[in-house]
Design a protein around this ligand. Sequence first.
Ligand code: HXC
Length: 271
Amino acid sequence: MTHSAYVTPIVDSTSVFRADIFKGKVLFCTGGGSGICRGMTEAMMRHGASATIVGRKLDRLTQAAEELGKATGQTCIPAQADVRDPTSLREAVSQTIEKFGKIDYVICGAAGNFLAPISEMSENAFKTVMEIDTIGTFNTIKATINYVRAAKGAYIHVSATLHYNGTPFQVHVSAAKAGVDALSAVLAVEEGPHGVRSNVIAPGPISGTEGMDRLSPKSATGWKPAYPAGRLGDIKDIANATVFLFSNAASYITGQVLPVDGGAEHLRSQF
Ligand code: HXC
């Protein structure tokens, strides 16, 4: 298959949604100091939300929070926590409540990844990614659920598409993200009657991210698959889906997994 002449455009959510739809709302985002989750946070702030970004590296978080505040005119605070450690997560939640008084939306985005075949991956390496991605998501839900329930808010979990098939060198992340998808489905069913929604965004190949840098050795050789959308994904593509899924326009959407991958899932044989 050759590249399509048609390339889908990259747009800003502000060209589609009003700038004030999240005015007065508060976002709590793990992994928000960089990459996709930072982009998701920025988009929410551009529509009026305040935010707490959570991660392990305080320097990076502090700088990101300042930059996000300047770029959007909203307030963003950094909170240092490791999602594997429930105590530090609860502290990050306390800081958020102290600053903003509530939590409406949660993005469970903290994740770890590297390429390794099963035969060479240590037990601890597998366990580490399960602990960050799956148990970290559970810990984040536990630490925030009472606040999100009080706000009748919503969760978005950042997953992947690679566990829909057998993706080589990704056994840890495949198992971990399958767990994340399952957590979200149960959360949606249990918490729906309390007014809480839970959905998953499954990014495909997103350019300019740490995940893509680590995971695409083929791109270094000049190999390019013919993506149906005609291009790699952009962080804005994930940010736009985030704005939609948290907005009232998605009020009847819960328990779903939304791949945002330009159709790449259907071209797995080329990856
Ligand atoms: C093999 C590795 C490894 C590697 C670490 N390990 N890196 N094994 N290849 N490249 C092993 C270590 O040897 C150790 O096992 C165990 O993993 C734990 O490593 P630590 O460094 O002690 O853990 P920690 O400091 O907690 O680091 C966690 C990490 C780290 C996941 C290993 O690399 C990380 O946080 N990376 C940055 C986050 C990231 O990549 N984000 C993007 C995610 S993208 P032993 O046996 O030696 O003790 C994503 C999207 C997926 O998730 C979908 C994309 C299409």
